[in-house]
Design a protein around this ligand. Structure first.
Ligand code: ATP
Ligand code: MG
Length: 223
């Protein structure tokens, strides 16, 4: 399998009014195409920071992120946005669904952003909601869904544009153990069908051990 991501000597720090907090310190790893990687590590070690850099939501101070052979530092802002919209899917611990929109409308969004037609977006959103067993909740707004259902809508939204890389930041962190396992299994199955790579930050070692590889983050590095 070829490399989907090659991360070399990635460093990232945050400047606060009082000090500079060094989070990622020359971190390097590779993710093969369709590989599923768990990132574990204590709270505050930098898992979310890493995912934000990988998903081009934030910029590292130094180091290289090569996505499918292209150095993302060389992309223009428009190209970064395009890469995010076409190739990356995000799932966060808190679902960040839009409260005013129904489940199906939330899932349509990534396709509408890409200027796909409403009818195509609707059809795909229904298909992906069916894949996470939510065909009976298409018209519910997030406030009318359970936590596990909300997170399954968020998974459908992250996958509907068929990205090649899924970044999941503690996607099951707010769920009871049984629902967490169900949501996790759905995520992994759907990723597998799409042959998408997955980087999942989690505190759940049982779920982490079900993925292809587990890396532990310590002192800014993965080991
Ligand atoms: N915008 C910011 N400004 C300053 N410091 C920040 C900022 N964002 C994060 N940090 C610090 O960077 C460190 C890493 O944060 P990060 O959110 O990546 O950790 P994490 O491993 O995801 O933790 P958790 O498991 O609790 O989600 C923390 O010490 C945090 O306080
Ligand atoms: Mg985090």
């Amino acid at each position: 399998m070829s490399a989907l991501l090659e991360v070399t000597e990635l460093s990232k720090s945050y400047q606060t009014p009082y000090s500079r907090v060094s989070v990622l310190e020359s971190l390097s790893f590779q993710l093969r195409s369709a590989e599923k990687l768990a990132v574990v590590g204590t709270s505050g070690v930098g898992k979310s920071t890493l995912l934000h850099c990988l998903g081009l939501l934030d910029r590292p101070d130094s180091g290289r992120i090569i996505f499918q052979g292209h150095d993302v530092a060389e992309l223009t802002e428009d190209q970064r946005v395009e890469l995010r919209h076409f190739k990356v899917g995000f799932i966060f611990q808190f679902h960040y669904l839009i409260a005013e929109l129904t489940a199906v409308e939330n899932v349509m969004l990534p396709l509408l952003i890409r200027a796909e037609s409403r009818s195509f977006a609707h059809q795909q959103a229904e298909k992906f909601l069916e894949a996470v067993n939510l065909s009976h909740r298409l018209s519910h707004r997030p406030g009318e869904l359970s936590g596990g259902e909300q997170q399954r809508v968020a998974i459908a939204r992250a996958l509907v544009h068929q990205p090649e890389l899924i970044l999941a930041d503690e996607p099951t962190g707010n769920l009871d153990p049984e629902t967490a396992t169900q949501v996790f299994d759905l995520l992994v199955t759907r990723c597998h069908e799409l042959e998408a790579g997955l980087v999942m930050a989690t505190h759940n070692h049982d779920l982490a051990s079900k993925l292809d590889r587990v890396m532990t983050m310590k002192q800014g590095k993965l080991c």
